[in-house]
Design a protein around this ligand. Structure first.
Ligand code: ADP
Ligand code: MG
Length: 352
């Protein structure tokens, strides 16, 4: 269960430079993850996301800073304490890393064997988990006879066998098709809720973030540049990197003739603005008031319903004349009414 007042992972000023590298891969990285939440770390390729995740499960060392997981400090722990902490951490990767000569159940059992959990207890747990991940009827099957989605389900069950409290996932849906990806994300959410496991996942895919995250951390060049609740990050991105990553997530295809004429720089003519209405803003006549108060001639180009987790969103693309004062008034109006507004581009001549 997501417990907003209890932190489970506390990372402070984590800094690391790879041997022979000229710049640090992690620079004073600090963040907290609450007990029972799903926290996503996003960023462009090379930002340091995987390195950070590998520091959390001690596959990687770091130069300075601290990592606290539960009550234990990873950097101050004795070897015995360290093993106990690491037993409570499971990791799932993009490649499933299953043993082909072992059955589904035997694969799930592997970490239990390594950490010396009594066999009968481990088998009971493995059966329970294989049912939980939807492979109850495949326990004796071999990975080669299963689909990518089913293999990732085995990997998830395997990561949870040692009474795991923290699940780390690195691009774990990247090898799957979009539909299977959604099924795996929904499974992750279900396991997170039912078992109370805290999840930190790394991805470059915004649709993953939007499906499951409670909080989002944005990384760029080894630093955290933005962090917040998923709604804030996706609907009101502040940093340029976040903007770039999030752009397109809610964009519904505009007619081709408009897309072809759209230019990025400000241009006399029309400006196209994408609006995302959510919560109370969806129930107010924000557009009607804009027309009435500021006399802005609004053309509606496209509209649809979308979702962010369980919340419905209205997504609307409008065009208005590109006149400096009117555009400023319009953007201000949307800001006041908490409608996320983003300029998509400019149309050099009238489209009406
Ligand atoms: N084992 C390593 N040794 C040296 N450099 C590495 C190693 N792993 C990653 N790097 C470098 O560190 C930077 C961050 O990599 P990584 O953590 O994999 O980023 P991300 O997961 O965000 O793509 C990259 O420039 C990468 O080339
Ligand atoms: Mg990576």
């Amino acid at each position: 269960m997501y417990m907003p007042d209890q932190t489970f992972v506390v990372v402070q000023n984590l800094t690391k430079t790879y041997p022979a590298a000229t710049v640090p891969v992690l620079q004073k990285v600090s963040f907290e993850v609450h007990q029972g939440e799903i926290c996503s770390i996003i960023g462009r390729s090379g930002a340091g996301k995987s390195t950070l995740l590998r520091c959390l499960n001690a596959l990687e060392s770091f130069d300075s800073g601290s990592i606290q997981i539960g009550a234990a400090h990873l950097d101050q722990a004795s070897e015995k304490e360290r093993r106990a902490i690491l037993k409570e951490i499971g990791t799932v990767f993009q490649t499933f890393n299953l043993l082909s000569r072992r059955t589904v159940l035997e694969n799930i059992l592997l970490p239990a064997e390594w950490s010396g959990i009594p066999k009968d207890k481990a088998i009971k747990k493995a059966v329970f988990l294989s049912e939980k991940v939807g492979l109850g009827d495949k326990m004796s099957a071999y990975p080669s006879s299963l689909s990518g989605g089913q293999r990732q389900r085995i990997a998830i069950a395997r990561a949870l066998i040692t009474d795991t409290k923290l699940l780390l996932c690195d691009e774990f849906t990247s090898a799957l098709d979009p539909e299977t990806s959604l099924e795996i994300l929904s499974l992750l959410r279900q396991l997170n809720r039912e078992l109370g496991v805290t999840v930190v996942l790394v991805t470059h895919d915004m649709s993953v973030v939007r499906e499951v995250s409670d909080h989002v951390i944005v990384m760029e060049k080894g630093e955290i540049v933005e962090k917040g609740k998923v709604e804030e990050i996706l609907l009101q991105p502040r940093h340029e990197v976040t903007h770039t990553l999030v752009r397109g997530l809610f964009i519904k295809q505009l007619p081709n003739d408009i897309l072809k004429r759209l230019v990025p720089g400000s241009f006399p003519g029309h400006v196209l603005i994408q609006l995302v209405f959510s919560g109370s803003s969806a129930r107010q006549p924000v557009i009607a008031n804009l027309i009435r108060q500021y006399d802005v001639p609004v053309t509606i180009l496209a509209g649809s319903l979308d979702h962010l987790k369980e919340t419905s969103l209205g997504v609307l693309t409008i065009s208005i004349p590109n006149e400096l004062a009117k555009v400023a008034q319009t953007l201000d109006h949307f800001k006041v009414h908490q409608v996320a507004a983003e300029i998509l581009g400019y149309l050099p001549e009238s489209i009406c």
